[in-house]
Write a protein that binds this ligand. Structure first.
Ligand code: PLP
Length: 418
């Protein structure tokens, strides 16, 4: 049987056995609706509230500030529309107050970007601050973008494609001084690096269970006490009237357990061990001709902290000139290794990654990029397995690539003339 190694943990992570165990009773004998007043309901209510405490503990918040959602996308939408959007009483569509202004970045996840674009199409003004070549926002750009009508700043904590950590503390300070709400999407940061809402100074923060070894389809939005947030769904008074709908009890229990495991992992140095594995993978892969880490030019040994900016410990995004990233993903899958490209598939066409393009990369190199992302289940053997299949797969694809031939010919010509 082919060995299978999964290095696509930024897409989703496998549910940890202890998380599955914690969830199991809530699919069976503990089935009560958490809003019911009888003992079945009390049992599940207690489980939901325990999970709320665990999620709050992971990010240094109060349990009452945690709103459970159906995932990161819903939490991002709730933050953006809840602060800057209003539902039209006439059309029912979400609209902004036309004079409102939002600041976000060009590298956000589409859950934030498309929510902002929707408000923009309905009259709101949005500033998309750029990133530098290493994929990092300059806080001064955020400061300069402020307007008297700015309602919300939404800048992610760690990017899902490059893993680059954004200067959220500085942005939090800017937001505080300007008295503007600050939302950060911490979906790819939580469980990988410490996340403390008071240190960040954010008013809203997004989490998703399936990126930290919990189940898919459940997440949370941290809402700082006193934040004026309008609910986006109409129904019962669940989640203190901030998110209507019967709670996904097994999912919430899973998120709570995953948060506990993630927090305990920092004490054991899991993040440092993961950085070691990632650095070995990256350093060895950089031995391949004509490739590089997407982000700042840096010595591989300094890869966890490039140009003074930290990176989450599990991610490396590498371009291999002259290959097509999609073809490499398929070739590696056939060998038993699961990785991904930064490219998103929209309307049947493979668009180069908006994140890599925002970093100033050409479309060809962006299409030649692959993301490797590790998780808690990965071992040193998994990294060795990746190292045993990637160089050969890259070489095979390059042998067939007219782009690679062109690149080789022009670099040979260059060498001959210099
Ligand atoms: N934000 C970021 C940074 C993500 O990486 C993702 C998922 O890829 C999301 C939001 C969306 O989360 P979910 O899949 O839980 O809807």
């Amino acid at each position: 049987m082919t060995r299978r190694v999964y290095l696509d943990n930024n897409a989703t992570t496998p549910v940890l056995p202890e998380v599955l165990e914690a969830m199991r009773p809530y699919f069976g004998e503990r089935f009560g609706n958490a809003s019911s007043i009888h003992s079945h309901g009390q049992q599940t209510r207690a489980a939901v509230e325990r999970a709320r405490e665990s999620v709050a503990a992971l990010i240094g918040a109060r349990p009452s500030e945690i709103v459970f959602t159906s995932g990161g996308t819903e939490a991002d939408n709730l933050a953006v529309f809840g602060v800057a959007g209003h539902r039209s009483p006439v059309t029912g569509h979400r609209e902004s107050v036309p004079a409102d202004h939002i600041i976000t970045s060009t590298i956000e996840h589409h859950a934030v970007l498309n929510a902002c674009r929707h408000l923009e199409a309905n009259g709101c003004t949005v500033t998309y601050v750029p990133v530098d070549g290493s994929g990092v926002v300059d806080p001064d750009d955020v400061r300069r973008a402020l307007q008297p009508s700015t309602k919300l700043i939404s800048i992610m904590m760690a990017n899902n494609e490059t893993g680059m950590v954004q200067p959220v503390r500085e942005i939090g300070e800017i937001a505080r001084e300007a008295d503007v709400y600050f939302h950060t999407d911490a979906v790819q940061a939580a469980g990988k690096i410490p996340v403390r809402v008071d240190e960040i100074g954010c008013d809203l923060l997004t989490l998703s269970a399936h990126k930290l070894h919990g189940p898919q389809g459940v997440g949370a939005l941290y809402v700082r006490k006193g934040t004026a947030l309008s609910a986006q769904m109409y129904g019962g008074r669940h989640e203190r009237s901030r998110r209507a709908g019967t709670e996904n009890v097994p999912g919430i229990v899973g998120l709570g357990r995953a948060a506990e495991v993630a927090l305990a992992g920092f004490g054991r140095g899991d993040d440092l061990k993961m950085a070691e594995l990632r650095d070995r993978l990256e350093t060895k892969l950089l031995g391949i001709e004509a490739c590089g880490v997407n982000g700042a030019d840096t010595h591989p040994s300094q890869s966890t902290r490039r140009m003074g900016h930290p990176r989450v410990p599990n991610t490396t995004n590498i371009y291999f000139d002259g290959i097509d990233g999609e073809a490499l993903v398929i070739a590696l899958d056939l060998k038993g290794l699961a990785v991904s490209t930064g490219a998103a598939c929209s309307s049947g066409a493979i668009e180069p990654s908006h994140v890599l393009m925002a970093m100033g990369m050409g479309a060809e190199r962006a299409r030649a990029s692959i993301r490797f992302s590790l998780g808690k289940m990965n071992s040193a053997e998994d990294v060795e397995f990746a190292l045993s299949v990637v160089p050969e797969a890259v070489e095979r694809l390059r042998e067939l690539s007219p782009v690679w031939k062109k690149l080789r010919d022009s670099s040979l010509e260059l060498r001959a003339t210099t």
